[in-house]
Design a protein around this ligand. Structure first.
Ligand code: HEC
Length: 116
């Protein structure tokens, strides 16, 4: 007995999509390189609170907004990941961090760490 043709086809499709998924996963393991230039289109969402000039905390006055410019890039990325995962809690930072991709975090970290 031979396999019906549509069965063979769907098996091929399945194995192709599995190998695509595998190479995707392998790619995700690659180190993400932050691009400070690319961050320039993303910093507008941080400026209001972490403004660069004078490092003023202009929102909300009662909170101490840490200076992120000039901080170590790895520290910035790990802080953002902690906010996103909830390991570090701060409602506004969590909402923002959750909306960022790993590439966004790396770009922002590259930007802020090079901004002394
Ligand atoms: C609504 C105001 C607000 C916005 C917008 C905002 N932040 Fe924050 N951010 C804060 C506050 C307040 C803290 C301190 C929270 C705490 O005590 O954990 C903080 C903390 C951080 C920290 C940890 C700093 C440290 O010293 O540990 C990083 C990194 C950070 N923010 C990055 C960003 C980035 C990148 C953006 C833009 C994508 C952003 N924030 C947007 C208010 C904001």
């Amino acid at each position: 007995m031979t396999l019906p043709i549509h069965k063979i086809c769907s098996l091929t499709v399945l194995s192709i999509s599995l190998s695509v998924a595998a190479s995707f996963a392998a790619h995700a393991e690659d180190e993400i390189i932050g691009d400070a230039e690319a961050a320039k289109s993303k910093i507008s969402m941080c400026m209001g609170c972490h403004s660069i000039k004078g490092y003023k905390a202009n929102f909300p006055a009662v909170y101490h907004v840490p200076k992120i410019a000039g901080q170590n890039a790895e520290y910035i990325v790990s802080s953002l990941k902690e906010y996103a995962s909830g390991a570090r809690t701060f409602p506004t930072m969590r909402a923002i961090a959750e909306s960022l991709s790993e590439q966004d975090m790396a770009d922002l970290a590259a930007y802020y760490s090079s901004n002394k």
